[in-house]
Design a protein around this ligand. Structure first.
Ligand code: 13P
Ligand code: SF4
Length: 302
């Protein structure tokens, strides 16, 4: 009898499916994926793969972005219910009000947002490309939605622009506390602190490196340090330990877990593939407008 991994490999061929996975999903799921990466990398890969069907192991906004960028493909979710609470935090009414209040304004939307919100933005960004993209925008006023922590982090690198910050946040990252990281650092002074920019300013102030999930993985690989305190979702441990057998990675007392990402299992992947289930549908008008914001991201990030 075939095991689940063998079934998945067969279904990829049989049904012309490529599997994309984010670094936050379980290691077991990352192992069966064809491509694993951060949200910027995965959105780019989704536009380059030849397969007719994409199975996304991540939260809904990621699959939705892949569908918007590839309306002709079937994009399926490994778990239809895997969602990111921050994706629902920006308000379209607030965007309209800020647009009225400022003439020279760009609405910059973190990719962790629903398709409906992206349809009201001028450009999307991820943590890997936000600074580069915002610097290139002609507008002086930037309404950064929805993540206040990423917005504040980006604003510090672009002092020539006026930022209006929204009030969204990721509870997984915002719950990480500076005092516990200070304690971990005191217990291991040679450890380097690596943080995702969704963390609070207090946590980022303690970091030796701040960046996207790929950035954190790349930095840890190049660093000469032997131990690290990692301030992001613990799914990155899989790639960090695989790439760096001699190094150690700590995630603090309360290990940060994203329940949406962790709701994905290889059994769910196999079942979605077998039935071509959990297909993402995006309203045509919404898809057309959000496609502009996502494509502008891919263009400006080059
Ligand atoms: P990355 O873009 O760094 O992969 O992050 C996505 C995310 O959801 C962080 O919480
Ligand atoms: Fe959303 Fe936070 Fe999970 Fe990232 S870690 S997908 S921002 S809830």
């Amino acid at each position: 009898m075939k095991n689940t991994t063998e079934t998945i490999q067969e279904l990829k061929e049989e049904k012309d499916i490529v599997v994309l996975a984010h670094y936050y999903v379980d290691g077991e799921v990352q192992r069966i994926a064809d491509y694993v990466g951060d949200s910027y990398y995965l959105s780019k890969v989704a536009t380059q793969v030849p397969q007719k069907n994409i199975l996304f192991c991540g939260v809904r906004f990621m699959g939705e972005s892949a569908k918007i960028l590839n309306p002709e493909k079937r994009v399926m979710m490994a778990n239809a219910l895997a969602d990111c609470p921050m994706a629902h935090m920006a308000s379209i009414e607030k965007i309209k009000a800020v647009r009225k209040a400022y003439e020279d304004l760009a609405v910059v939307c973190y990719i962790n947002s629903t398709a409906a919100v992206k349809a009201h933005a001028d450009v999307c960004v991820t943590s890997a490309n936000a600074v580069k993209i915002v610097r290139k925008l002609p507008q002086r006023n930037i309404y950064f939605i929805p993540d206040q922590n990423l917005g504040r982090y980006v604003a510090a690198f672009v002092p020539e622009k006026n930022f209006i910050l929204d009030d969204g946040f990721c509870h997984v990252h915002a719950d990480l506390r500076a005092d516990t990281i200070e304690q971990a650092k005191a217990a291991n002074p040679s450890a380097q602190v690596l943080a995702h920019p969704e963390c609070t300013a207090e946590v980022l102030a303690l970091a030796d490196y701040v960046g996207s999930t790929s950035g954190i993985i790349e930095f840890a690989g190049m660093s000469e340090a032997e131990s690290f305190i990692v301030c992001t979702e613990e799914g990155v441990r899989h790639e960090l330990e695989k790439n760096n057998p001699g190094k150690t990675f700590a995630f603090g007392d309360e290990v940060p877990i994203c329940s949406g990402m962790k709701s994905i299992t290889i059994e769910g992947v196999a079942s979605a593939m077998l039935n071509l289930a959990n297909e993402i549908q995006v309203d045509t008008a919404v898809s057309g407008k959000s496609n502009l914001a996502l494509n502008r991201m891919l263009e400006l990030a080059k």
